[in-house]
Design a binder for this molecule. Structure first.
Ligand code: 5BU
Length: 240
């Protein structure tokens, strides 16, 4: 499954500027690794981003788990992202009516739209969630991934739900640039597929996370980007 085109060729045909930049970064850095920096302190996040910067195409954040968040954190993160040529993906998983997600995206403590190249959204509300995010994000040159599948045990995002997510993405190609999924959902080289729940050996954690191997995800299932958190980070130090 998936596109057989190179990331370089996909960058050339990409119509969305975030897609284009992502494929260029992936081609130039020869990396399809997104690191999920799930620390709860800003310093730990920043220091890991600086260390892995040369080797990754994306850093994925959960800004709402930081215990010492300040606006300066965002400035430092953006400096590191520029230094290492990385895209920033805030894994916010928006899942409300359009008017609410608009505010969650642009306001509150985090002003996510000001610094995150990419965010993601659940499709359970219907496409109002996309329209709300788009009103804020499109003028800023941001983009969104839809959650078509999840890595966790017992996920309800399967079958018709996944298919509906794919259809929603196709109907919003100006702002939705792809999916969080466990495999290639739409065989269109303009869509990017990113897969969490990846470690070098298959398995899981005590809270229902399930891991596939990079080989399974990229080669057998045709995804584009592996998202790795603890498999990458916990080897050297505890996440918290
Ligand atoms: P891990 O440490 O590699 O298990 O971390 C996986 C990350 O990806 C973590 O930040 C999750 O919140 C995120 N994630 C996921 O694991 N599974 C999903 O289906 C989605 C996000 Br969507």
């Amino acid at each position: 499954p998936g596109s057989k085109l190179s990331f370089e060729a996909r960058a050339q045909i990409a119509t969305n500027s975030v897609t284009k930049k992502l494929f260029e970064v992936m081609h130039n850095k020869k990396s399809n690794l997104a690191v999920s920096v799930d620390f709860t302190s800003c310093d730990k996040v920043l220091s890991l981003v600086d260390k892995v910067g040369p080797y990754v195409c994306i850093v994925k954040t959960h800004v709402d788990i930081l215990e010492d968040f300040t606006p300066e954190f965002v400035k430092s993160l953006q400096m590191l992202a520029a230094k290492h040529n990385i895209l920033v993906f805030e894994d916010r998983k928006f899942a409300d009516i359009g008017n609410t997600v608009k505010n969650q995206y642009s306001k509150g403590l985090y002003h996510i739209a000001e610094w995150a190249d990419l965010v993601n959204a659940h499709v359970v509300p219907g496409d109002g969630v996309i329209n709300g995010l788009k009103e804020v994000g499109a003028p800023l040159g941001r983009a969104c991934l839809l959650i078509g599948e999840m890595s966790s045990k017992g996920t309800l995002a399967t079958g018709d739900y996944t298919k509906a997510a794919a259809d929603m993405a196709k109907a919003h190609k100006d702002f939705v640039i792809g999916f969080i999924s466990l495999s290639c959902l739409v065989n269109d080289p303009q869509f990017v597929h990113m897969t969490p729940g990846v470690q070098l050996s298959a398995g899981g954690d005590k809270l229902g996370q399930q891991y596939l191997t990079p080989e399974e995800v990229i080669i057998n299932r045709g995804s584009d980007v592996i998202i790795v958190g603890r498999g990458f980070v916990l080897k050297s130090e505890d996440l918290n």
